[in-house]
Design a protein around this ligand. Structure first.
Ligand code: ADP
Ligand code: MG
Length: 222
């Protein structure tokens, strides 16, 4: 299978170069692979994930994801809206929109009609077991339920890659296990490439491969 992620000597710094968040990363990920990224707090995991999702531009090096060159600012909106599904630790749901409307947001840039968007959003809610909550506001849902909505939203554009940054970080262990099952099932059934940042070694071990980050570099061994 071909590589969906190709990263060479990627460097990203903050504070005018004083903080080297990524210090020469080389990484390839195959289409359909499940990779976990581990490492201590501040080691550069979120920065790496943000680069993969084109939320920020690198200083130097090359990064190509799903055929897009992420070092140039061209077509990045198209890339983000068509190729990537994000799941964050804090689910980022919009509080004054219903659950089903939250899931429809990423579809606004698609060619779907309002009716098609609604049907697709409801179907995704069914996939995460929350069809009965479609017309509730996020504030009426538990933490685990909100995270399931966030996962449904991440899938709204049929992304090639799901990027999850500590997706279970704020949940209890039982709910975490459910969220992980869900992500892994989606990965298995839809052949989505799944990249999860986690500090939990149990979660990390579920992946096909573990990548460890230390001081902005990848290190061997776990
Ligand atoms: N927007 C930012 N501005 C300044 N420094 C940042 C920013 N984002 C991250 N950093 C710094 O870059 C380093 C890596 O951060 P991060 O990628 O968030 O680590 P991790 O996700 O592994 O905890 C840390 O030293 C952090 O303080
Ligand atoms: Mg982080």
């Amino acid at each position: 299978m071909s590589d969906i992620v190709e990263i060479n000597n990627l460097v990203k710094s903050y504070e005018k170069g004083h903080i080297k968040a990524l210090n020469g990363i080389d990484l390839s990920i195959k289409e359909g692979e499940f990779v976990s990224i581990i490492g201590p707090s501040g080691s550069g995991k979120s920065t790496l994930l943000n680069m993969l999702g084109a939320l920020d531009l690198p200083d130097s090096g090359s990064i190509k994801v799903a055929g897009y060159d992420l070092t140039s600012s061209k077509k990045l909106n198209e890339f983000r809206s068509q190729k990537i599904g994000f799941v964050f630790q804090l689910h980022n749901l919009i509080p004054n929109l219903s659950v089903v409307e939250n899931i429809e947001i990423p579809m606004f840039t698609s060619n779907l009609s309002n009716k098609e968007m609604r049907l697709k959003a409801l179907s995704l809610l069914g996939d995460v077991g929350l069809k009965d909550k479609a017309f509730q506001l996020p504030s009426k849902l538990s933490g685990g339920e909100r995270q399931r909505v966030a996962i449904a939203r991440a899938l709204a554009n049929d992304p090639s890659i799901i990027l999850a940054d500590e997706p279970t970080g704020s949940l209890d262990s039982k709910t975490s296990a459910k969220i992980l099952d869900l992500l892994i099932n989606l990965h298995n059934n839809h052949n989505v490439t799944l990249i999860i940042v986690t500090h939990d070694t149990h979660i990390a071990k579920l992946a096909d491969r573990i990548v460890k980050v230390l001081d902005g570099k990848l290190v061997d061994g776990v």
